[in-house]
Design a protein around this ligand. Sequence first.
Ligand code: SF4
Ligand code: MG
Length: 330
Amino acid sequence: MSNILEVRNLKISFKTFFGEVEAVRGVDFNVEKKKTLAIVGESGCGKSVTANGIMQLLPQPPAFYKEGKIIFDGESLLEKTREQMEDIRGNEISMIFQDPMTSLNPTMRIGDQIVEGLVKHHNISKEEARKTAIEMLEMVSVPQPEKRIRQYPHEFSGGMRQRVMIALAMVCKPKLLIADEPTTALDVTVQAQILDLMKDLQNKFDTSIIIITHDLGVVADIADRIAVMYAGQIVEEGSLDKIFYEPNHPYTKRLLDSIPRLDMDKKKPLHSIDGTPPDLYIPPKGCAFFDRCKDAMKICQDNMPEFTILPGDHKSRCWLNHPMAQKEDN
Ligand code: SF4
Ligand code: MG
């Protein structure tokens, strides 16, 4: 198994008038070729900053990389020049967002936008690019592509716009697709269709995917591995089965409790997670989940838990895994 992406000890901060915000605090993960990694967590946990950090789409300043490495297809992205990154973005790594209008240009016909992307990265004629654009729209199930290629983004429904954005992101057959909350604004049926479409294109093009979401339920059908982020750190990482059936970290368990499931007891209420994540102007010394954790112990407040390696390529950052935990507090 080889990795298309390796992120090592990535730390990204923002300089603000009030001081430094440590948005990403030492994140490590791999994305295997042709596989899907889901990064899951509440808003503000650093998942979008991580994604935009990989793409180098963060405005610098105020953002800055404090430490770490991002290795894509064997090469260090943080050592690339701006021009080299422009060649990689949209070609080898593409990104899709919750709001298609962040990637679509409202003043340009969608065909021209897809053609522009192709011609920029590949040595092909406009005529060939136009043919490819039509094929791509067909592939994402946009009806009557020859006609719709001449239309503007506002002439499409929300779900169709999402399909167009995916066509635009996938037309150069990227090795990695980063999808930041791609289905959050859509209703459940369209959500499922878009996820199916992403899986389908992944198989066709051998693309690896990072999907970012606040909703663990969304990734059940698509992810191979899941990294759960909290307050700028990954707190648990494992295969889909480990995270869904043998969650270890109290935060992951609370996230799972907040997903509606078909097999669940209708009388049992869904639990939202009380409280708010810590302020990352002054990151906590100990476990960041301390204030919201029902299982918190004395040691958790001032001492940052390290990862415990669990059976089956699974890891979790919680003091409850320490052999002394039971004896000390319970
Ligand atoms: Fe809860 Fe302590 Fe584990 Fe943090 S380290 S999640 S506070 S038990
Ligand atoms: Mg976000």
